[in-house]
Design a protein around this ligand. Structure first.
Ligand code: SF4
Length: 341
């Protein structure tokens, strides 16, 4: 939604200034996704403005809800007929988070990721990123009245730091108390290890959570899994995280997609612990283990026993660790499965 253009149009057409505030509140605070829903506006104004402007920059194509009702995946058309996906997740009872996409496809091409297999089509605009939030807020209003979005994770399609400007603008809208107004600590941006992005993010958004998808701490294996590791290898990521923690005093979330027989051994857990302790004190890290959701590729899911043993060993080694519940696997909406199919 282009507030500047709407403000100019309202003014040119003789509407009082407070109409803009009514629109802003209805859209960002109350989950209205069309001008027809903004009943605070007089009907003639609603009828006129709906032909001039759109609130959402995305158009839903399909919306799929998981059987358990704890995840909803949306596939959306963009104006240029590209498609992008986004997921609404019920991580805790009554508390919803959304996983937003930042690019159409992704140039990083992690080998286990459905999005990466498609390559990059283009970056999303701030409006297209924010529209994902506005769509899901409206969805909850209609389907789960009274429930709200409490968190946003930038971990859908794309590497956020390869679209830094749009991501930064969307973060400003997410956190502006006059607009969406989410607390900084309720937002996480997840990078696969884009070092210049980590350094910039530390300066621009020191209170927003940083997550780094590591998956392996040996360059040879990591480069096979995450080709961007050739450009920003582990020693550069280590230095960037050291500086990040020194500057922000913030904890870093380490994402670890666990692939059966690849990075799920006890020795992998020990090496991960040593690598992290080489960066900073263990208190600055939480490792989120994400058991691989089998897609059509060459990897398999780790066994429950291997996942538990890995997590327990990290805890024994003083590294806080959680195993992410897989939500939405039946709707192809789990981590690494978004592919706009
Ligand atoms: S895991 Fe993330 S960075 Fe890697 S290809 Fe997929 S979307 Fe891109």
């Amino acid at each position: 939604m282009d507030l500047k253009k709407i403000a100019a149009w309202l003014s040119d057409n003789g509407h009082p200034e407070f109409r803009l505030q009514q629109i802003t509140d209805a859209v960002y605070k109350k989950g209205s996704a069309s001008f027809e829903e903004i009943t605070a506006l007089p009907e003639p104004l609603r009828n006129a403005i709906k032909y001039k402007f759109r609130i959402l920059a995305i158009e839903p194509e399909t919306i799929l809800e998981s059987k358990a009702g704890d995840a909803v995946k949306g596939s959306f058309w963009l104006k240029d007929k590209h498609k992008v996906e986004s997921v609404l997740l019920n991580l805790f009872p009554g508390k919803w988070s959304i996983c937003v996409s930042t690019q159409v496809g992704c140039p990083v091409q992690c080998v286990f990721c459905a999005t990466g297999r498609r390559g990059l089509k283009r970056n999303l605009s701030p409006d297209e990123i924010i529209s994902q939030h506005l769509f899901w807020a409206n969805y909850l209003k209609k389907h789960r009245p009274g429930e709200k979005i409490g968190g946003v994770i930038y971990m859908g399609m794309g590497e956020p730091f390869l679209n830094y400007e749009s991501v930064a603008e969307s973060l400003r809208i997410m956190t502006d108390p006059d607009l969406i107004g989410l607390g900084d600590r309720h937002i996480s941006v997840s990078t696969v290890g884009h070092v210049p992005g980590i350094r910039r993010f530390a300066k621009d958004f020191p209170q927003i959570n940083l997550a780094v998808s590591l998956h392996a701490v040996e360059n040879e294996l990591r480069s096979k899994l995450v080709p961007l590791n050739d450009k920003y290898p582990l020693d550069q990521i280590s230095k960037a995280l050291k500086d990040y923690i020194y500057a922000t005093k913030r904890k870093v979330f380490i994402e670890y997609v666990m692939l059966g027989g690849v990075n799920d051994s006890q020795s992998s857990a020990r090496r991960l612990s040593e690598w992290l302790k080489g960066v900073a004190s263990p208190k600055y890290f939480t490792v989120n283990i994400i058991p691989y959701n089998a897609t059509a590729y060459d990897f398999k899911a780790p066994t429950k026993e291997r996942v538990a043993a890995f997590s327990n060993l990290l805890l024994t080694l003083n590294i806080s660790s959680t195993v992410r519940k897989s939500l939405g696997a039946d709707i192809i909406g789990a981590c690494g499965q978004l592919a706009d199919k």
